[in-house]
Structures are given as C-alpha cells and as structure tokens.
Ligand binder design. Structure first.
Ligand SMILES: [Zn+2]
Length: 258
C-alpha cells in the first residue's frame, strides 16, 4: 500500500499542511454543492420569470466569447449580460465571459453561474465538478447569495483540521516507526489508509485541473511548470508514480511537445 512512503511524506510539515487544507476544502465543497445548486437554479428561474426578453432563444450563432470578452451579442444574450452585471456584488469587476456559452444561458442555470466564477470553468457542467474555491467565488460574487455571511465561510476555512494517525502521539508529525502493520494495529493501518485516500483524491483533483486547463497562454505556461513539478514529485514516490501512471504519461507527452 506504500504506507512507508506515505509516512515519510507526512513528516514534511508543508506537505501535511497542504493535505489538511485540501481535506478541509473537499469537506467544504461537499457541503456547499447542494446548496449552491439549489440557489443558482432558483436564481435562474426568477430571472426568467421577471424578464420576457431572457426567455427568447439566442438569435446569432456568433454569440460566443472571444477570449474573455463577449461583444456584438444578439438582443437576448446582451440582455443576459446586462442582468448578470446587475446582479454582480462587486462593481466594476471583470466578468469571465470566456467561461460561458451564451446560447445556453436561457436553459442552463450553470451557464449563468459560471459568469460569476474564476476563469477556466468553460467545460464545467455543474457544482459537483467545481472545487471549493470556485464555489466560494460564486457565493461572494453573485447577489443571489446575499444572505450568506461570508465571515462564517472564512472562519470555516481558517479552522484547524488536525490530522491524527491512530497509534501516534503527534498531530502534525508522523513517525515512520509509529505506523505498525500487524493485525493488532489494524486501526492504525486503516487510518493511514484513509489519509492515503485523501492524498490520492487531492492529487487527482490537482492533476485534472492542470491537465484540463485550456484558457490563455499565460495560464498554460504556468500550468505546465506546475505539472512538471507535480510530475517530478509523483515520480520520486514509487507508490504515487504507480497510482498515477496514466497521468504521468500525459505529463511526459506534454513535456515532449514543448
Ligand atoms: Zn445570442
């Protein structure tokens, strides 16, 4: 199971902090997902009920963002743009139009939600595919969430999510000798396995983000650099290089194309 290598990684305080923060964000995401879906669906429905122009289908096949801008849109899409800006909680902000497919604003609440989110959401189809950061951005940018006290979210993000491996006395320190593998210490092994699962889940999410990123040259260059670093890290850990062999091959083929 690679528990020895996991234990070595958990002796790195930066790494364990990353794991803790990531775990916290995954819990937050799971909690936010149904709430955000319900609220954005209701917001979309209310907009349609209040403005008959928004119910008109897109009339121009050219209603597509170019980069991050959307200009010369049809009457209905232009109205959607106006309404989206009207409901933005931050005035004079940059809206990431590049996230959106305007002809679907009328029929898909998530196409609307993406206008309030960070760039790079173009292929995302719902809240379940977003990370916690993207969902928090939506909550803080769209006034359909005006009842949410953002301080509560901030407190939650700042909370200490201590990790303890059973059988070990340290909280942020894991002693390689502390993890036992005999049947008597089954609980310790299970707990270490759980941490290994969180770690795999977080790494998988990060790899998907970086391998799936498709917007902007700057973002690409930055993502490729981060992919190289992540690839090097996975390669240096036998258990992870085996688990993520497919992704490692994808990283190598990207590097070869450079
Ligand atoms: Zn249109």
């Amino acid at each position: 199971m690679g528990l020895e290598e996991l234990a070595v990684r958990l002796n790195d305080s930066d790494y364990i902090n990353w794991l803790k923060a990531g775990r916290c964000l995954l819990i937050l995401k799971a909690a936010l997902h149904p709430f955000v879906t319900q609220r954005t669906r209701a917001f979309h429905g209310n907009l349609l009920n209040q403005d008959s122009l928004l119910k008109e289908p897109c009339a121009n096949s050219a209603c597509r963002p170019r980069g991050n801008t959307l200009s010369s849109a049809c009457r209905a899409c232009s109205q959607w743009q106006t309404v989206i800006l009207r409901h933005h909680r931050q005035r004079n902000t940059t809206v990431n139009w590049g996230n959106c497919f305007p002809p679907h604003w009328r029929t898909d609440h998530w196409e609307l939600a993406k206008a309030y989110m960070p760039r790079g959401q173009g292929k995302v189809k719902g809240a379940d595919q977003c990370d916690a950061s993207a969902l928090l951005n939506l909550i803080s940018h769209c006034d359909c969430f005006h009842t949410v006290d953002l301080k509560v979210v901030t407190e939650m993000l700042a909370a200490d999510l201590s990790m303890q491996v059973s059988g070990l006395d340290g909280v942020d320190s894991v002693d390689l000798d502390g993890i036992e593998f005999d049947s008597v210490s089954q609980q310790a092994e299970t707990s270490a396995d759980s941490i290994g699962q969180w770690e795999a889940e977080l790494l998988q999410e990060r790899l998907q983000e970086l391998l799936g990123a498709d917007d902007g040259d700057d973002a690409k260059t930055q993502d490729i650099e981060q992919l190289k670093m992540l690839g090097g890290f996975l390669q240096a850990n036998t258990d992870l290089s085996q688990r993520f062999s497919t992704e490692l091959r994808a990283i190598k083929s990207l590097e070869a194309r450079e």
